[in-house]
Write a protein of this length. Structure first.
Length: 266
């Protein structure tokens, strides 16, 4: 399921079967895109709390949109199979088409389309540098923890925007942490319907995420024990082989002594 999510969203990125240069540049764009997604959420919070100058917001929106266009054009130029790239990244085209800031100025109700840009983050979490295989594989604890951290930060900041009971991103991050770990102290609770729905999704995500962490840690310790047992078996086998060689050497010496004794008696 994880590996199919980018395909469903139309954000598959550069295929691993593409030329080496295109794949390398596709990876170069991953971290800037994640930073961009964080900035989008931070921008929402600033708009909701501080009412910044409209010109500043417009410049930021144009810069974000321009980066999406730049990334798509560069990768489209580098890939060999351009048709396949466009087909597997139709989500990028939707984000670019719906994300023109002029469209939001002409149709204020279309401003909600800005949220489409966040889909890139969720796609990258599964797609960047083979991370889908790492998360679902055994013992890749660092990757799993990194994704857990990103989810907590993103969810907490977003909750500070959509729910009136969460005043700051720091409160939101604390709420997201105790929610995703299923601890739930109850000191901060969402008050809006949107906040409660988002909290429900985060609880389910927390159950799955910590099950994955538990399985990863268990697999790690089991594998460590298996490696120790394997090393011990190799060591024991070597000792047995050495003993066998020593026994053969003793048998050979005994045979020679018996042979010499027979010759002396003869």
């Amino acid at each position: 399921m994880a590996s199919s999510l980018p395909s469903v969203l139309g954000l598959s990125g550069v295929a691993q079967t593409e030329n080496e240069r295109a794949v390398r540049y596709g990876r170069y764009f991953e971290w800037p895109m994640i930073f961009l997604a964080f900035w989008i959420i931070l921008e929402w919070y600033i708009e909701a709390q501080y009412d910044p100058h409209p010109m500043l917001i417009m410049i930021t929106d144009w810069l974000i949109w321009s980066f999406f266009v730049f990334e798509t054009l560069v990768l489209l130029y580098l890939v060999d199979n351009k048709g396949h790239y466009l087909k597997s990244n139709w989500g990028n085209l939707v984000i670019i088409s719906a994300g023109v800031p002029l469209l939001w100025d002409a149709f204020p109700n279309a401003g909600g389309l800005r949220a489409l840009r966040l889909l890139v983050l969720f796609s990258l979490l599964f797609n960047m540098s083979g991370v889908a295989h790492k998360v679902l594989g055994r013992n890749h604890l660092g990757t799993t923890l990194m994704i857990s951290f990103i989810i907590v930060i993103m969810a907490g900041t977003l909750m500070a925007v959509i729910d009136p009971n969460i005043d700051t991103p720091f409160d939101g991050i604390w709420w997201a942490w105790v929610t995703i770990t299923t601890v739930g102290y109850g000191d901060l609770v969402p008050g809006s319907t949107a906040g409660r729905l988002f909290g429900s999704v985060l609880i389910l995500m927390g159950i799955a995420l910590f099950s994955m962490l538990t399985a990863s840690f268990s697999a790690f310790f089991i594998e460590q024990e298996e490696e120790k047992l394997s090393e011990q078996e190799v060591h024991n086998s070597q000792q047995l082989e050495d003993l066998r060689l020593q026994v053969r050497a003793l048998e050979s010496k005994i045979d020679k002594l018996l042979q010499n004794q027979k010759e002396d008696q003869g």
